[in-house]
Design a protein around this ligand. Sequence first.
Ligand code: CA
Length: 225
Amino acid sequence: MRLLLVEDEEGFAEALCTSLKMEHYIVDWAADGEEGLDLALDDVYDAIILDIMLPKMNGLEILKEVRKQGIHTPVLMLTAKSELNDKITGLDMGADDYLTKPFHREELYARLRALTRRQTTDSNAPTEIAFGDIYMLQGGNELFCRTTGNSMVLNGKEYQLMEYLLRNGGQIISREQIIEKVWGYDTDAEYNNVEVYISFLRKKLGFLKSETSIQTVRKLGYKLQ
Ligand code: CA
């Protein structure tokens, strides 16, 4: 799960990023409204945690623009007690939930879980993500093969990478896209990390005796075939 946190209070944002990462979320942090909007419009996030009072552009303006552009990423607004009216405005404008500061971390995790679940149900997205003879079930950690009936457990990064490949079907995805999607912008991951994980996945496809394979497309990236 990849999150965008738009929050200008540096100490608070850093603490939040650290605890979210410990919950295995990938988190990108934007410290002002313009940067927040810019990242939100990339449309690569599973949820956005959006503060209201922000420099350059406030949270409500960001929300309005994001929804105007047809992006339906679930948005959790953070409000201070004094901003109760903003909270109502936010929900009117298409925020999915709100949390009043200060809040307990567990409360935030629960809201995020609910939001990302709701997104799956609302869009009637299939719970199965498939290509060729392989598939994964959303929320699970196993890769299944229809041809042989075998399955294997994938670890965190393997899971995210395979999910990304499956979601792109037979289309080529570049190493840059993989790093961005699986490791996040704010990362030291390099191309060889991608290669290492691709080789792990190839081994697992081999164990499954699947007919589907990951092809390297020279200079462009990878695709399932
Ligand atoms: Ca603020």
